[in-house]
Design a protein around this ligand. Structure first.
Ligand code: NAI
Length: 332
């Protein structure tokens, strides 16, 4: 039996985690889920939103499935998501955005992989209040982290038969920081003559994505642009309820959906578990359980084919009903 850390999050996290565990358990794959709570709810008891036991659990098991955790906006503790990625050096955030069978969207030819640098940029958290009316944040970009993420994107392209890697920056304005990212991209690209390269400014990219998304293949971006552009790409394929993700490092991998804790629908049995389920499917492939991964994916697509959807996709199924429908298809 394989032990996997399950960070079940808050907001809709526990509801969708329960759904995904039920689906995986129903296909007879033996996983010992090591449940780790984190976030605002554990601060009072343990003094930190991300106690050491969570990090130690991922270090022990090497793999985790993670549901979203709320980060207070504008005040309060720093994001545990950012901290987890930094502590475990999960430097690559990989977010494939491909049309899903039977989910109608404006475009039917989207197949983009967003590769987001996960450890620095404005997310390094180097901020200070200069005076009462002025605050500043430092955008930290290093050659080593930029080359590492660009190499990851090219390696991913080679392994997954992708044709092009496109670097996304604003190097016309941030000539030093984004300029360094772009220079690193150009250096790394020399080692991958079989892959086409492209460079684009992030504002132009956003416009092109909502008009002609089919022209893009693998995108590699510094942290902040990657965060924003991956939500845009999620919107192209049906929204946050269906968009999976993975945080990969040299030693550990944490699989989590792109979406957040969705406080607006918390506790209403409305959340779509698909994004977390597809993140779990990628996790199963990562640990070599391809048979079970395919089985779950097929059951999910059969459910969509039967026009069974949660409310975010225009359907009327609750989280529990949708989960039961997937489990029923698993058994067929
Ligand atoms: P959000 O992704 O939680 O929600 C945006 C919209 O999408 C909401 O209307 C929500 O109801 C909907 N939505 C998201 N996931 C859904 C699902 N599975 N099924 C159906 N509808 C879904 O983004 P928001 O509201 O900006 O952030 C809420 C909190 O989540 C914040 O505290 C934020 O910091 C945190 N967050 C955590 C992440 C993580 O743990 N990796 C990632 C992104 C945000």
């Amino acid at each position: 039996m394989r032990t996997i850390t399950l960070i079940n999050g808050d907001g809709i996290g526990p509801e969708i985690s329960d759904a995904v565990v039920k689906i995986i358990d129903a296909c007879a794959l033996k996983i010992d889920w090591e449940i780790q709570t984190a976030g605002a709810d554990v601060i009072e008891k343990e003094g930190s939103p991300l106690p050491d036991r969570v990090i130690n659990s991922v270090k022990r098991n090497k793999i985790a499935l993670k549901a979203p955790v709320t980060t207070p906006i504008g005040k309060g503790f720093r994001s545990i998501n950012v901290k987890l990625r930094k502590e475990l050096d999960l430097y690559a955030n990989v977010r494939p955005c491909k049309n899903l069978l039977n989910i109608k969207t404006r475009f039917d030819n989207v197949d983009i992989v967003v590769v987001r640098e996960n450890t620095e940029d404005l997310y390094a958290g180097i901020e200070r209040q200069v005076d009462e009316n002025t605050a500043e944040s430092i955008k930290l970009i290093t050659r080593s982290a930029s080359e590492r993420i660009c190499k990851f994107a090219f390696d991913y392209a080679v392994k997954n038969n992708r044709k092009e890697v496109c670097a996304v920056t604003k190097a016309n304005i941030m000539k030093l920081s984004d300029g360094l990212f772009l220079d690193s991209f150009r250096n790394v690209s020399q080692n991958f003559p079989q892959i086409k390269v492209r460079e684009i400014l992030v504002d132009n990219l956003c416009m092109q994505l909502v008009q002609k998304p089919e022209q893009f293949d693998v995108l590699v971006l510094p942290n902040l642009y990657g965060d924003i552009v991956s939500d845009l790409c999620a919107g192209l394929i049906g929204g946050l309820g269906v968009t999976q993700g993975a945080n990969i490092g040299e030693n550990y991998a944490v699989f989590e959906p792109v979406h957040g804790s969705a406080p607006d629908i918390k506790g209403q049995n409305k959340a779509n578990p698909t994004a977390l389920l597809l993140s779990a499917v990628e996790m199963l492939k990562f640990i070599g359980e391809n048979g079970y991964a395919d089985k779950i994916e097929k059951a999910l697509y059969s459910t969509f084919k039967q026009n069974k959807f949660t409310a975010d996709l225009g359907g009327n199924l609750s989280t529990t009903e949708f989960t039961e429908a997937v489990i029923k298809n698993l058994r067929q």
